[in-house]
Design a binder for this molecule. Sequence first.
Ligand SMILES: Cc1cc2nc3c(=O)[nH]c(=O)nc-3n(C[C@H](O)[C@H](O)[C@H](O)COP(=O)(O)O)c2cc1C
Length: 234
Amino acid sequence: MTLQEAILVRHSVRQYMDKPVEAEKIAQLQALIDKSNGEAGLHMQLITNEPKAFSGGLAKYGKFSGVGNYIAMIAPKGKDVELGYYGEQVVLLAQTLGLNTCWVGLTFSKQPDKYEIREGEVLNSVIALGYGATQGKQHPQKKTIEDVCEDKRVESQKSKVESHYPSWFIKGVEAALLAPTAINQQKFLFELHDNNRVKAKARLVLLNNYASTDLGIVKCHFEIAAGKENFEWV
Ligand SMILES: Cc1cc2nc3c(=O)[nH]c(=O)nc-3n(C[C@H](O)[C@H](O)[C@H](O)COP(=O)(O)O)c2cc1C
């Protein structure tokens, strides 16, 4: 399965089977986590065989069951976009390995003795990981392509008609609309600028601590589907 295919079939899964993840798959996930931590100065940690984070009242409220593995999404303060971007790459790798995932910001219990949070670092969220009891289901699409795009090209007629955008841009935005976002808010905007430059922005929302994390996640999806060779971020 390619990463593009993984984008299409990934859905948040909250109920997991009692089936251990093979050591070889854990090693592949760990390798990507190590590489990403090095590249972006993050401190993501893969925690295995740890059922406590998802056995309290919050996890039950969130309808989680059988979660025994997760990634603790830890980084120096102010790196939420990077955590979203690199964390989602791990999510998509997991999907290609036949695993399921769910980003979780609230409905779990913190277990500070299970991971390391250095001075100046924060735990943003966790990503539950394992063999899902189901594959989950497609989230409701609240937004259309027009809702999340803006044509900022000078020479264009600023039309929002879909066909006025290049196909790589549309593919990127479609993939972004399939991405996980906190409470499925999808509060993001992709601006197309001259010379194939793209700016991704979070829309301001009250009471959303995850706007920046979501932004990193949707940028990851956009980049995979649009093709890095077709555009530049601004
Ligand atoms: C940063 C972030 C935090 C999230 N926190 C929670 C959470 O606390 N509890 C939960 O059940 N789902 C949580 N989710 C999952 C979202 O509800 C889910 O991604 C969204 O509804 C879209 O569904 P999908 O992932 O199946 O496409 C979170 C997702 C993100 C990206």
